[in-house]
Design a protein around this ligand. Sequence first.
Ligand code: ZN
Length: 339
Amino acid sequence: MLPFKLVYSDGYYLPIGDHVFPAEKYRRIHDRLLADGIAEANDFLEPEPATDQDILLVHKPDYVHKLKTGTLTPREEMEMEVPYSRDLVEAFWLAAGGSILAARQALADGIGISIGGGFHHAFPDHGEGFCVIHDVAVAIRRLQRDDKIRTAMTVDCDVHQGNGTAAIFAGTRTASALLPSAGASTLDSAAQDAALNSALPGKMRGAHAGEVFTISLHQHNNYPLWKPPSSIDVDLPDGIGDDDYLAWLDNSLSSGLRQFEPDLLCYIAGADPYKEDQLGGLSLTVEGLKQRDELVFRVARARNIPVMVTFAGGYAQNVEDTVTIHCNTVIAAKEVFDA
Ligand SMILES: [Zn+2]
């Protein structure tokens, strides 16, 4: 039995037909975890859908109304890049409920994993990039409303920048061009960091945050074209491999945690930094991605910060690779939190 819970429902399946997003991955991850003996049936919790009130903690009433009544404009539907249906809306309400449950479990057990979610391209007033509802933001706002947490940090390791996350929590930021701490925080400008800079191609930019601190590590030369500023953005060059990626993750996590003490860490564990991803241009290996997960979990556990995990993107040519990468996130959590 796992020392934490996995949140899953067959209802996570997105009814989007033949699509680059492998909507069946959730069920495949669930089945593989059981078949390989990584998890048992009673390690899983079935979520309830979020309530409309929960969704409205993040999303605009007009947008929610359009989703519930099927009255999005053709342009709004096109921007989502997934075909609208009532069933689709229900799947996203369920994903948000799953993330709320995973966050609650994180507070109870130190970590809670939803075998889904991570829809970080959803904005308060529109969906885009396969994301309709920002489940992670809904979970943060719901736990804040319930006085379970005051602060949260998002650590987004999907290959695509967390534009929705940045936009949703931007209102709490006070602008600042440079991070206040020395060292890794001033990589983009300071000559004193030239050595580190040359060893680590890429760029870190940042600004202070209010009650939610957002970190995004992503391929610079990829969707979204417009990247609203996160508290820390790490713009990675094309083709970066395991070692450089892990060094940047380590840098940005320590920089963020020097500036900010979160009550909850929301880890968005996208599988698409993988070298064989169809929508990604980085070169991480399956093993490197597992080390990424371990690094996040070790840092959180050492500092006693509860972690909620969502899975976000993953478009490997072979969908079994995406399933393996996501299953490894659960294995990494087991290794770190069992010890
Ligand atoms: Zn992605």
